[in-house]
Design a protein around this ligand. Structure first.
Ligand code: CS2
Length: 487
């Protein structure tokens, strides 16, 4: 029996806990990029709000532009867009079927534009990954990118999310409809500002008036999002079937922890998410910096070394003394000293303890492969920015530089026993070539400017990287990290 509306209405499953159904909702949000995270986070919080019978006009419509989205759409439509969310740690297994998504637009750019022009849509939210914003290693919008240029030259037939949003905003403006808020939920510092800059700069090349209109009328609040959400496995699907008697082909498993902090800047209204624990603030910077540098930074710091040491899960990485000591040293000696002047209201040591406790949760089975995914878009934002700031502030960042050398070794694609590493990165081939060349000439890896910008010109950085990479090849991964840990 596949999960669907009928099943939910007719079975005894958790019935008492549902105070609304999809029939009570109308569409108010289009979400682009429906993955696991969106569903464990935004869709879950809206479900909690709807369950209080509030703001029922903010139902979510799923959308996407890629092949992956067609598979997600097909599967979700078969189960009436319902998602089973299981939140797990050692004390709880909390299962709920989320009903906050009510439809999923066909993966077709014209249909997406059409839906975006529905005046009931007040918010367009996005999870299009850190790499989805065309940002170069200097933090600037890469307007010369081929895909962006194609949309600028052919704005009526856009292919990128931004081209599509610009076209829809143009139509809304012409029809005299209010614009929508653009709410990014990706892990990028100042994510709203980044998005806004892309929208304004790109539209400038298309239609100057429209660009001005977007700059003055469309809000792009910055936000910090947080909930660890691994990819569900076959065993997870089987767990739901044996435990609850139905099949959900797209369940989501997450930790119980959840956080969403948003700047309160919505041009066309918003749901009362504060009722379900979302924090609305005037300035997001301290929170997002803390989260990106400490939580995502920790993942990025342990990702390559764990893969090279043949560790499968994040909780196992934390049980490995070499990896744990390495991480503690990076965060305590290199990341926190830079952050403590910017993040003054939050106890960073306590925050780090929470991060570690969350990583140690064995019940969510977060994989090292997941945290290695798309590393070439994560290293710049999660590691390299910390290195740059450390150097500026005279903080020793040897550990972070060692993390870069380990990533270089990882990019070869095999571990020290010849076992193949499961690398999922658009720059994989280029990185492998550079990593092989770097065996004899380490500096070529850090001269890859799409990732490192001009950082290789810093002598401390390039000498330390060279020292560590040479040591990795001479003494091995584990010994190199252990030696660093002794410092
Ligand atoms: C992870 C994130 O992909 C990563 O590198 O750090 O997916 C992380 O689990 C989330 O940001 C947690 O909110």
């Amino acid at each position: 029996m596949i999960l669907d509306k009928n099943f939910l209405q007719n079975s005894a499953f958790n019935k008492a806990e549902y105070n609304y159904s999809q029939d009570d909702l109308s569409a108010g949000i289009i979400h682009i990029g429906v993955g696991n995270f969106h569903r464990s986070h935004q869709a879950y919080l809206l479900d909690s709000l709807f369950n209080q019978r509030k703001d029922l006009n903010y139902g979510i419509i799923g959308a996407g532009l890629r092949e992956y989205d067609t598979f997600m759409r097909d599967d979700l439509l078969k189960q009436d867009c319902l998602t089973t969310l299981v939140q797990r740690d050692e004390n709880t297994t909390n299962t709920r079927v989320l009903q906050s998504m009510i439809d999923f637009i066909e993966v077709d750019n014209n249909l997406l534009v059409e839906s975006l022009c529905n005046e009931n849509i007040k918010i367009v939210s996005l999870t299009i990954t850190e790499g989805g914003y065309y940002i170069d290693s200097y933090g600037n919008f890469n307007i010369q990118n081929e895909e962006i240029q194609a949309d600028i030259n052919n704005p009526d037939n856009p292919k990128t999310a931004f081209g599509i949003l610009i076209k829809a905003l143009k139509i809304r403006k012409e029809k005299g409809l209010n614009p929508f808020t653009l709410l990014t939920c990706d892990n990028i510092a100042h994510n709203g500002n980044v998005l806004r800059n892309v929208m304004v700069k790109m539209s400038q090349q298309i239609d100057a008036d429209l660009s001005e209109y977007i700059a003055s009328n469309v809000s792009c609040p910055n936000s910090m999002v947080d909930r660890i959400t691994p990819t569900a496995t076959k065993e997870d699907i089987a767990f739901i079937q044996s435990e609850y008697g139905y099949i959900d082909n797209r369940p989501v498993f997450s930790e119980p922890f959840i956080q969403w902090i948003i700047e309160d800047n919505f041009c066309n209204g918003r749901p009362a998410l504060e009722e379900v624990g979302v924090m609305f603030v005037d300035d997001i910077e301290p929170y997002e910096l803390m989260k990106i540098r400490m939580l995502n930074g920790s993942h990025a710091a342990i990702s390559s070394v764990s893969a090279l040491l043949d560790i499968d899960y994040v909780h196992e990485a934390l049980e490995n003394e070499t990896v744990k000591t390495f991480l503690d040293s990076i965060i305590n000696k290199e990341v926190i000293p830079v952050l403590k002047d910017i993040v003054t209201d939050i106890n960073l040591d306590e925050y780090y303890n929470t991060v570690i406790t969350r990583f140690a949760n064995p019940y969510i089975k977060d994989t090292i492969t997941r945290i290695c995914f798309d590393n070439s878009n994560k290293q710049p934002k999660f590691i390299i920015d910390s290195i740059k700031d450390g150097i500026k502030n005279n903080v020793n960042v040897d550990g972070l530089i060692l993390a870069c050398a380990l990533w270089c070794r990882y990019s070869i694609g095999t571990d020290e026993n010849g076992k193949e590493l499961d690398i999922n990165d658009a720059r994989k081939d280029k990185l492998k070539d550079l990593a092989l060349e770097a065996k004899d000439n380490p500096i070529v890896f850090i001269q890859f400017d799409e990732i490192y910008g001009t950082l290789s010109q810093n002598t401390y950085f390039s000498e330390t990287f060279t020292k560590f990479l040479n040591s990795i090849w001479e003494n091995g991964v584990e010994n190199t990290v252990k030696n660093y840990n002794k410092q």
